[in-house]
Design a protein around this ligand. Structure first.
Ligand code: BGC
Length: 373
């Protein structure tokens, strides 16, 4: 996304905050759940898994906000199993949901169940991850996923001063789950920054596990975003390609769950935080990773304030139940193969060790005790 569009996204985000502040409280005329207004505020929230901290926060946070608007809310987690997610969605529709908020496990497979829902008058919001190949997705609320990757790539570029340094530096790139539409955006954002340095030889990839082209990223994706799988993959790369004392100097990790596994692998291989510890990127500001940043085991994380995403979806739902069109700020980037889905993009931000207190704790996103402070 261009800087200009990012700025527009920011300005629009400011507008939403102002708009929400001006909203009448729940129960007054035109608010969600108001019998005199549009549809009932009956919402099914379908989240992928409880095994990742962010989805627990996302789900519980959104449920609390919507219940504050007097909505009826059913929140389900699908254990990272697509079949389970499909049957949970079917149950939510059978139970009277009028709006579905879905963070898809697999962005390709929900078409039929959502088309059934749509035929019954349900409005569908894709949450954080786009749902592909179907008309039955009305809106998309997310962070600027391409920018997440850009921030990771630029961080590496700046830390190594790639524009000026001679290199070469050894790097191992990872990508996220191949079935998650976001993972491609994360990789592309980072690779657009880093690929020129790979081509010029300043960055070398001893394992040769790289994406020859931007669209080839799935070949290095970790299915299901599991820490254990990332750890096993990193173990493999270190044992097979880093022999004779060679060290890895940079790891491009798209998120915190992968970073955690990679960090465990490095510890097992004898790397010590400090001198020979590589630069490692992440995303989400999970507690364990924030602790890893404080311990010198992770260089950065891209923080997405998921409370803001909840507020955005809450505003969308308010509009939908009032019979109005929700506000979006990007109507061109997210083509799901069948349609361009009107989207609301929020801005992600880089957090490093020195920002933990001022950004993550002072904003109330984490408690000091959560990260051992
Ligand atoms: C989300 C990330 C998350 C990853 C694994 C992605 O779709 O955008 O925030 O780290 O899924 O759950």
């Amino acid at each position: 996304m261009s800087k200009g569009r990012t700025l527009i996204a920011l300005l629009a985000a400011g507008g939403v905050v102002a708009g929400l502040a001006a909203c009448a409280p729940a129960g007054t005329s035109g608010s969600a759940g108001d019998a005199s207004g549009g549809t009932d505020c009956n919402v099914g929230i379908s989240m992928p898994t409880r095994s990742l901290e962010r989805w627990i926060n996302d789900g519980e946070g959104l449920k609390t906000k919507l219940e504050g608007d007097s909505c009826t809310v059913d929140l389900q987690y699908a254990d990272n199993k697509t079949d389970q997610q499909i049957s949970q969605i079917q149950n939510q529709v059978a139970g009277g949901a009028k709006v579905l908020v879905v963070a898809a496990i697999d962005g390709q497979t929900l078409g039929p169940v959502l088309e059934d829902a749509k035929n019954q008058g349900v409005t569908i919001i894709a949450y954080d991850r786009l749902i592909n190949g179907t008309e039955a997705v009305d809106y998309y609320a997310t962070f600027d996923n391409y920018k997440v990757g850009t921030l990771q790539g630029e961080f590496i570029e700046e830390q190594l001063d790639l524009a000026n340094a001679a290199g070469p530096f050894t790097m191992e790139p990872f990508a996220g789950s191949p079935d998650d539409n976001n993972a491609g955006f994360f990789f592309q954002g980072a690779w657009d920054v880093l690929q020129p340095y790979v081509e010029s030889g300043k960055l070398v990839i001893p394992s040769n596990k790289l994406s020859a082209t931007n669209s080839d990223w799935k070949s290095i994706g970790i299915l299901g975003w599991g820490s254990d799988d990332a750890q096993a993959e990193m173990d493999n790369r270190l044992q097979s390609f880093y022999t004779g004392g060679q060290k890895v100097q940079v790891v491009l990790s798209p998120n915190d769950s992968l970073a955690l596994g990679i960090e465990q692998s490095l510890l097992s291989a004898g790397y010590q935080p400090g001198a020979d510890w590589p630069i490692i990127t992440g995303q989400d500001a999970d507690k364990a990773n924030v602790q890893a940043m404080l311990n010198g085991q992770q260089s950065m994380t891209v923080w997405k304030d998921t409370r803001e995403l909840g507020t955005q979806v809450q505003a969308m739902i308010k509009s939908i139940v009032a019979g109005e069109t929700p506000e979006t700020n990007d109507d061109e980037t997210y083509n799901n193969g069948v349609k361009v889905v009107p989207s609301y993009l929020l801005d992600p931000q880089v957090v490093v060790k020195d920002d933990v207190q001022s950004v993550l704790i002072d904003s109330g996103f984490l408690k000091a005790g959560d990260v051992g402070l």
